[in-house]
Design a protein around this ligand. Structure first.
Ligand SMILES: Cc1ncc(C[n+]2csc(CCOP(=O)(O)OP(=O)(O)O)c2C)c(N)n1
Ligand SMILES: [Mg+2]
Length: 122
């Protein structure tokens, strides 16, 4: 699903991931978020919930393009150290650069790849 209201996608993905666990379905759930979206309070309640409930079958990616609808993310409300924030919430974080070969200026953008810590399932 695509959520129009920012901040909902992570919560929905967590619910889907938990449903998979209840059904003994080994597949992973993926969610794509925006960087401006990280300003939503719902994101952080969901992040805390996922860590507490050991939702380890979920991979969340943040498109860290530095822009949101009203301008630059760091000007609207700076995210500061997003990696440290997710890690403090109990998530494992990987970062990678995205190449955009179709673009003439070969812009490289930083992305955050956020992966729930794989924990022993009980
Ligand atoms: C809860 C909520 N508040 C405000 C908006 C209005 N809005 C639409 S897009 C957007 C910015 C999104 O920025 P980002 O998540 O960085 O996505 P990008 O445009 O970079 O893909 C905002 C604030 C919304 N859709 N939902
Ligand atoms: Mg953005």
């Amino acid at each position: 699903m695509a959520s129009g209201s920012l901040g909902q996608g992570l919560s929905v993905a967590i619910g889907a991931a938990q449903a998979k666990k209840l059904n003994h379905d080994p597949h992973l759930v993926f969610v794509l978020m925006g960087d401006g979206e990280q300003q939503e309070g719902q994101i952080w309640e969901a992040a805390m919930y996922a860590a507490h409930h050991k939702v380890d079958n979920l991979i969340a990616t943040i498109d860290y393009n530095g822009q949101q609808i009203d301008g630059a993310v760091h000007e609207v409300m700076d995210l500061k150290n997003l990696r440290a924030k997710y890690e403090a919430f109990g998530w494992e974080v990987q970062e990678f650069k995205r190449q955009q070969p179709g673009r003439s200026n070969q812009r490289t953008e930083a992305c955050h790849f956020v992966n729930q810590k794989r924990q022993t399932r009980t």
